[in-house]
Design a protein around this ligand. Structure first.
Ligand code: SAM
Ligand code: SF4
Length: 475
């Protein structure tokens, strides 16, 4: 069967090859990266145009250091021009690490007998969420292994439990999910629990490599995974996140794989994925992979900048897998969300004292274990406005990244003010005095980015209300 987005039906899922490895390699091999071409492609992106696979391949094949610098500067300009200085913050919460799959790269694989298996019960979820709320978190992503115990009803129940926890002024206002692919019926069940984004990473778009690193279990089925978010769409979940685990196969191929997946969504559903994640391989218990495709820091920076230029209106997520130095460097090239105060130890958030990561009880090694407040300080020092905003999701304004990107004034009217309002909640409820002072100074400084004086008045009025005790105000 030939892939045709106009007639694509999810029931054909097993046969429709919307990823064709030969096509992707042909595009990479044919792309010539002359100075003129690279500059033309950057200029096209800066004019707010999506790049084709062929144009993106021109950037991917660039090896001239001067042009690589221009790609990075282009991504930085695009980010500043379109998104301003907001960074959305979230935290991951591991619900269960039982798993029936054998992914060579993951510490949770079924064959790993040294890992301690834990599934949080209701009270344990409440304890973790309370601890997260008590430091100021408002957005979580729940993470699960793939196991019959973690069926759609279990996932939905854990989401509902999280939403019910209220500690002081704290509450979780958006719960995203990272879990195994579900059937259409299963996706319907979790949708009813009011989830935000459903993330499934393909890990690698290269079928042979996929087969090699997925040694057993349901995840071995490449197509079932590739078509999972089509089933989510069919079930009414149009807010989805895709991703690649960089380090399994050639990174240039994977970037085009991600782009091909975005194209598929846009062609079939008229909406791209909400976010793209690009976890990079980290050390894990009993890690068993060929190291020849490990991505260096330089390549990683490049690939993030190229993704920003290629899909200017898709959210980009950078996680605490990366060390603080790499995160700080890469953030400027177009990242829109990061996790802060991350702890991936099972039940780790409620532990009072900080302790060394134990690789035998966690999925992989994280390299940025700063507290949420340390991250807030760092962001404020670098003039980013940390945001816990959940307004679009709660008002049903879907496709928020697209709107930020394409609706004139959207950022000034909604995103910047909402970032400020959620930041003020943080400063009032959770921040030490020093952070509070710096935070308010930054808000004062950034108020000028909202150019309409009437709007500035409205924002100031809401900030005053929050200072008097009101919460959860948004535009
Ligand atoms: N079990 C679900 C699944 O496989 O989709 C949830 C996945 S896992 C808990 C979240 C993601 O972590 C995986 O999709 C993978 O990309 C990433 N991951 C796994 N092992 C990793 C490692 N050693 N280093 C970095 N990221 C890793
Ligand atoms: Fe299980 Fe997911 Fe880890 Fe694979 S990546 S072993 S499916 S938890």
């Amino acid at each position: 069967m030939i892939y045709n987005p106009q007639t694509y039906k999810i029931k054909d899922e097993a046969m429709v090859p919307f990823i064709d490895p030969d096509e992707i390699w042909a595009i990479i091999n044919e792309a010539k990266s002359t100075k003129e071409q690279v500059r033309e492609v950057i200029a096209k992106s800066l004019n707010k145009n999506r790049l084709s696979l062929e144009e993106t391949a021109i950037l991917l094949n660039t090896t001239d250091p001067e042009l690589i610098e221009e790609i990075k500067q282009g991504a930085r300009r695009l980010k500043e021009k379109v998104y301003g200085h907001r960074i959305v913050l979230f935290a991951p919460l591991y619900i269960g690490n039982q798993c029936t799959n054998n992914c060579a790269y993951c510490g949770f694989k079924a064959s790993n007998k040294s890992i301690k298996r834990v599934t949080l019960n209701k009270q344990e979820i409440i304890d973790q969420v309370t601890a997260l709320e008590d430091v100021g978190q408002k957005r979580l992503i729940l993470v699960y292994g793939e196991h019959p115990q973690y069926d759609p009803e279990f996932i939905a129940e854990s989401v509902k439990t999280v939403y019910c926890v209220k500690s002081g002024n704290g509450e979780i206002r958006r719960v995203n999910i990272n879990a195994a692919p579900l059937s259409i019926e299963g996706f319907r069940t979790v949708k009813e629990a009011a989830i935000g984004t459903y993330q499934v990473f393909q890990e690698t778009y290269h079928p042979e490599t996929y087969d090699k690193v997925h040694l057993g279990g349901k995840k071995k089925d490449y197509n079932w995974r590739l078509t999972s978010l089509d089933r989510a769409q069919e079930a009414g979940i149009d807010d989805v996140g895709i991703g690649v685990l960089f380090g399994l196969y050639d990174w240039r191929f994977e970037v085009l794989g991600l782009l091909r997946h975005v194209n598929h969504f846009e062609a079939v559903y008229r909406v791209g994925p909400h976010t793209i994640s690009f976890p990079r391989m980290q050390h894990a218990s009993e890690l068993d992979i060929d190291k020849s495709n490990i991505v260096s820091d330089d390549e990683f920076t490049r690939l993030v900048a190229i993704l920003r230029l290629a899909v200017p209106y898709t959210g980009l997520i950078l996680t605490a897998r990366e060390p603080a130095k790499v995160r700080d460097e890469i953030m400027q090239f177009g990242v829109s969300q990061i996790d802060g105060g991350t702890n991936i130890e099972m039940k780790g958030y409620s532990r009072k004292e900080k302790q060394e990561q134990d690789i035998d009880s966690e999925q992989f090694k994280i390299n940025d274990d700063r507290s949420l407040n340390e991250i807030m300080n760092e962001l404020i020092d670098n003039k980013y406005i940390p945001s816990f905003c959940t307004a679009c999701y709660r008002l049903g304004r879907t496709g928020e990244h697209f709107m930020e990107f394409s609706v004139p004034g959207f950022i000034k009217r909604y995103c910047t003010p909402n970032a400020m309002l959620t930041m003020v909640e943080y400063l009032e409820d959770y921040a030490p005095e020093e952070t509070k002072e710096k935070g308010y100074a930054l808000i004062e400084e950034k108020m000028s980015e909202i150019d309409d004086p009437k709007y500035i008045e409205k924002v100031k009025n809401r900030i005053a209300q929050i200072k008097q005790g009101k919460r959860d105000l948004y535009f």
